[in-house]
Design a protein around this ligand. Structure first.
Ligand code: NAD
Ligand code: MG
Length: 391
């Protein structure tokens, strides 16, 4: 029986994780759950999975939940301290890190520091603090299992192989909803257009990141730290069918990939039960029914966010945390109708340009850079909003 703490249980990954837990009740038990503001869904999850402790963002949310649950209420905490308590509970074997954004960093790091294995969906943890996180993982001897489908594919394609035989990692990208959209037409796309991902159903923020391809940029940084591979050996190929989830090229020319239908349950389940596989009730991959599998170079002119991520990685230190925070602010501004789609990249570029890179010695430097970048990016976004929309 593996005892789980699920950070971000009400989101897309959190809900899929709990579906797997529900399907395999003799293998997993839920010890803690945390959520942001979706109290209704969290209440349902508490009634169903009976965790011993939960946490939400605000003390008011915690109070509402206590009132609604009455005698059925577990211990209910709030704020970052609450998240950290739910990440570090001594009964937990593994944390599923599925909060969205940099908010996932502190509780995920706390889980690692308290010796928990981590199933990592929150890529922002590695983007913002990669070297610190991987050093802590090594020092404490815990295991980090990727949930992100591309990284799970690479992880699976490297099992049984030697790291020093790897020539390149090839991350696949669907290209998102605007893969074939000319630049001129991308200017006026709406949040609804951008949220309509062709292959995956995901949370709002990562859906916008997929539309700008910042998601792939964040994944390049995630792969750099997760697999300890230099950026020049991480390539991105556009693969619109989302069947080949990523590939590893070896020094003898062999290329090993993992394929499957696009469903996050496969990588989530593998992270939960490694080295075993769970008999999931998913439709099989119908290879003969697939017309073709295609691969293309990404277009950095139409998708500058991908290039910005490589730039931030080259700048090093606090730059990826700044990239990430500026992106979170810009995505929010786009979703609120304040800035046009193509200006997401402008906000990030302008913020990075103003940043004085610091070395990463401690997580506090990451948090400071994150805060600075949010303020800076907000100013840029307000300026852009003030110019009025071009469409
Ligand atoms: P989501 O928006 O659906 O869910 C996010 C969860 O985090 C929710 O439970 C929400 O309540 C909680 N949350 C949000 N802000 C919070 C805060 N400030 N403090 C505490 N909790 C907060 O997101 P998602 O799509 O499930 O993605 C979660 C993470 O997994 C992201 O880092 C994303 O990049 C990664 N990921 C998601 C997918 C996917 O298919 N959805 C695939 C690969 C990786
Ligand atoms: Mg991914």
């Amino acid at each position: 029986m593996k005892k789980l703490g699920i950070l971000g249980s009400t989101g897309s990954i959190g809900v899929s994780t709990l579906e797997i837990v529900a399907d395999f009740p003799d293998q997993f038990e839920v010890v803690t759950l945390t959520a942001g503001n979706n109290l209704t869904r969290l209440e349902e999850q508490i009634r169903r999975f009976r965790p011993k402790m939960v946490a939400v963002i605000s003390p008011e949310g915690a109070e509402t939940l206590r009132r609604r649950l009455g005698a059925d209420a577990p211990e209910i905490l709030s704020g970052v301290e609450g998240l950290v308590a739910c990440a570090c509970d001594p009964d937990i074997d593994m944390i599923v890190s599925a909060i969205v954004g940099a908010a996932g960093l502190v509780p995920t790091m706390a889980a690692i520091e308290s010796g928990k294995d981590v199933a990592l969906a929150n890529k922002e943890t590695l983007v913002t603090a990669g070297p610190l996180v991987t050093a802590a993982v090594k020092r404490l001897g815990v295991r980090l299992f990727p949930v992100d489908s591309e990284h799970s594919a690479i992880f699976q394609s490297m099992e049984g192989h030697r790291m020093d035989n790897v020539r390149r990692l090839i991350l696949t990208a669907s290209g998102g909803p605007f893969r074939n959209r000319p630049l001129a037409e991308m200017r006026c796309v709406t949040p609804a257009d951008a949220l309509a991902h062709p292959n995956w159903s995901m949370g709002r923020k990562i859906s916008i990141d997929s539309a700008t391809m910042m998601n792939k940029g964040l994944e390049v940084i995630e792969a750099r730290w997760l697999f300890d591979v230099l950026p020049e050996r991480i390539a991105v190929h556009i693969h619109p069918q989302s069947i080949v989830h990523s590939l590893v090229e070896y020094i003898d020319g062999a290329v090993i990939a993992q394929l499957g239908i696009p469903d996050m349950k496969t990588p989530i389940a593998y992270a939960l039960s490694h080295p075993h596989r769970l008999p999931l009730n998913l439709p099989p991959l119908d290879l003969c029914g697939l017309r073709n599998l295609t691969f293309d170079e990404p277009d950095l002119e139409r998708f500058p966010c991908l290039g910005l991520a490589y730039e931030a990685l080259a700048m090093g230190g606090t730059a990826p945390a700044v990239l990430n925070a500026a992106n979170e602010v810009a995505v929010e501004a786009f979703l609120n109708g304040e800035i046009p789609f193509l200006e997401i990249a402008s906000v990030i570029r302008a913020t990075l340009a103003e940043h004085e890179v610091k070395n990463l010695e401690h997580i506090d430097e990451v948090l400071r850079a994150d805060l600075w970048a949010r303020k800076q990016a907000r100013q840029v976004a307000v300026k852009i909003a003030g110019r009025g929309q071009a469409c």
